[in-house]
Design a protein around this ligand. Structure first.
Ligand SMILES: [Zn+2]
Length: 249
């Protein structure tokens, strides 16, 4: 039995020990997951929400004055995120890159600062280029979500699917979009360090399509150099996303 208290872990994390955060996650995520599963039947949605909860926790932990109350505080954040999820009907893929940064981050710094706008524009462009590597069906889902702002029953009816199947459909599209992003980012910078990738991309137009995306993704799976480039690129994107993003109005 681990005798370290929540207070110890919180203090360690706030002092810069990232391992302490992993311990907080391991200790508290099982019960939060169970609570989420009681409120939502969709396992994918629960995973997404849990991720959001700990993202918020990482940002706001310094605001928690009484560490003894960590379990209750986590439950409160979870309940609020479940509520937000239900209210929206769907977690849109685009919100990861666009306007809907969790409200809890809104006060971290000025979302209209120049840096935030640059990050927002950069992400939007990146997403647009990467999305060209999606299959037709996934591209349609993305377009209905982002360009037409459809959600919930409206989206389901446009796609001619049952509302209950919507989340896994969107989830799968997000996974594909992640692969597109990986492929696009690695293609941009990986050629210099990997001759095999350079060969695959010989005479590449610079635009992603399904064929080339699959070839790049397959290559990344078997190439340690490109796998490392992918990791670096993911970290770079996470840094961009960590900046508060607000759509220019
Ligand atoms: Zn490679």
């Amino acid at each position: 039995m681990d005798a370290t208290t929540d207070a110890d872990l919180i203090a360690a994390y706030l002092a810069g020990d990232h391992g302490a955060f992993t311990k907080i996650y391991k200790r508290h995520s099982p019960i939060l997951r169970r609570t989420a599963r009681l409120k939502l039947y969709d396992k994918h949605a629960c995973d997404d929400i849990l991720q959001d909860v700990f993202f918020i926790v990482a940002k706001k932990l310094h605001d928690l004055h009484d560490p003894e109350r960590l379990p209750q505080w986590l439950q409160q954040i979870l309940v609020r995120e479940v509520y937000r999820y239900n209210a929206k009907g769907l977690r849109l893929v685009a919100t990861d890159f666009q306007s809907d940064s969790p409200s809890d981050q809104a006060d971290v710094c000025d979302p209209h600062s120049e840096g935030a706008l640059v990050a927002y524009e950069e992400l939007k462009e990146l997403l647009k280029s990467a999305a060209e590597g999606l299959g037709e069906r996934d591209r349609m889902i993305l377009s209905l979500l982002v360009d037409h702002g459809l959600e919930g029953n409206d989206l389901a009816s446009d796609l001619e699917v049952l509302p209950k199947d919507l989340h896994s459909l969107v989830h799968r599209m997000r996974e594909q979009l992640q692969k597109c992003l990986d492929a696009y980012c690695v293609a941009q910078v990986g050629r210099r360090s990997c001759p095999e990738l350079a060969e695959i991309l010989f005479r590449w137009s610079g635009r992603l399509d399904v064929q080339i995306r699959k070839r790049i993704v397959y290559h990344i799976e078997v190439c340690p150099i490109c796998e490392m480039v992918r990791t670096q690129q993911r970290i770079a994107i996470a840094d961009l996303r960590a900046r508060p993003s607000a759509p220019p109005r």
